[in-house]
Design a protein around this ligand. Structure first.
Ligand code: PLP
Length: 390
């Protein structure tokens, strides 16, 4: 039985997996201890749960548990990565290389650092949404301290050439930070094979709870130092003070474990459904995929519908299908998405683009309905345009 509305906005957030909720529940009530309370079993039990979750998260990205620092989410972790490196390595240099289609948590933090004296290079991307590796290498200067390139883009689902970026960073002795909030738990990520020094992730993008995330901080080859951005108490080896969100951390750990187990089968199932949806909508004509199809997450497609404004489409659809035009963070503004503009898309196509993000609960039946419903909406909106032109 089909239940409306259908959720196809899994890049904005995911529902918490019931198995995650179950794992978390005892830590609100029975095991409510403060993980920093060393003097009694309530504290010990909480700390044990936190350390177990740290192992679960580390395993998912090929890291050591000690390299995981819990934060309130990817936004905070992105701030900590950029500001923490900038503050620590100021004597080495002030230059950061990033790209134009990073998440606002990275771009706005870079803007903030520019006010403090940082020099930031914002690399452009190709029409496919990928950075040019030669341009990246050419941008490295003697004062470059950090390369910040996202793993997968939240609006397009495109996946950057992370291994190659890591190799370039390592060759030049520059630290490499990747915002992997969209990639971790969806595709295999390994901090060692990719030479990643800093990585950020968020539980609510991978079927865990909101308000919890983590940063991976490499401990050897090289050992990365981060200046804390939140002081007090010295939790998380001094990098992020504040009483640990034990239920949230337990949930993130469980979510990571489930992703490790189910990532391959989820990706297979979802990519088949995504391709079916995409194929059917492309079949309408005057529909195009935004960003690389070859280098892309398995569950996302971003499509532009010529002569069918996303606003009009959303008005037709949004009671039945939850979608995003642009990213959830910018959809409140009427500016065309900066990501789509960076691809070189003309404004009218950027304004006619929708992101379809599938997820763990998506069914074949839902995809059938979405194909039928979106096709009808596009035809209706296009017919309106023609009537107006007459
Ligand atoms: C969602 C997201 C963030 C922000 O994560 P929060 O945990 O919601 O703060 C950062 N970067 C990317 C790429 C994201 O998709």
């Amino acid at each position: 039985m089909l239940k409306l509305p259908i959720y196809l906005d899994y890049n904005a957030t995911t529902p918490c997996d019931l198995r995650v909720v179950e794992a978390m529940l005892p830590y609100f009530t029975e095991h409510f201890g403060n993980a920093a309370s060393r003097s009694h079993p309530f504290g010990w039990h909480a700390e044990e749960a936190v350390e177990y979750a740290r192992e679960q998260v580390a395993r998912l990205i090929g890291a050591e548990p000690k390299e995981i620092v819990f934060t309130s989410g990817a936004t905070e972790a992105d701030n900590l990565a950029l500001k923490g490196v900038y503050d620590t390595y100021a004597t080495k240099g002030n230059h950061i290389i990033t790209c134009q289609i990073e998440h606002k948590a990275v771009l706005d933090t870079c803007k903030h650092l520019e006010k403090e004296g940082a020099e930031v290079t914002y690399l452009p991307v190709s029409a496919e949404g990928l950075i040019d590796l030669e341009a990246l290498e050419a941008a490295i200067q003697p004062n470059t301290i950090l390369i910040a390139i996202m793993y997968a883009n939240n609006e397009l689902g495109t996946v950057m050439p992370i291994q190659e970026v890591g190799a370039i960073a390592r060759k030049h002795g520059v630290l490499f930070f990747t915002d992997a909030a969209q990639a971790v738990g969806k595709i295999p990520v390994d901090v060692n094979s990719d030479n990643i020094d800093l990585l950020t992730l968020s539980a609510h993008k991978m079927y865990g709870p909101k308000g919890i995330g983590a940063i991976y901080v490499r401990r050897k080859g090289p050992r990365v130092k981060l200046a804390a951005q939140i002081d007090g108490g010295g939790h998380e080896r001094g990098m992020r003070s504040g009483t640990l969100n034990v239920p949230g951390i337990v949930g993130l750990g469980k979510a990571a474990e489930l992703c490790l187990q189910e990532m391959t089968s989820d990706a297979q199932r979802l990519s088949i459904m995504r391709d079916r949806l995409e194929g059917a909508l492309l079949g309408m004509g005057d529909v195009a995929v935004n960003g690389s199809r070859a280098h892309r997450l398995p569950h996302v497609t971003n499509l532009s519908f010529k002569d069918a404004e996303a606003n009009g489409l959303m008005m037709e659809l949004n009671k039945e299908i939850a979608l995003s035009s642009g990213s959830a963070c910018t959809s409140a503004t009427l500016e065309p998405s900066y990501v789509l503009k960076a691809l070189g898309l003309p404004d009218e196509l950027a304004h006619s683009s929708l992101r379809f993000g599938l997820g763990r609960n998506t069914t074949e039946e839902e995809i059938d309905y979405v194909i039928e419903r979106v096709t009808r909406a596009v035809k209706e909106v296009r017919a309106r345009v023609i009537r107006m032109e007459e």
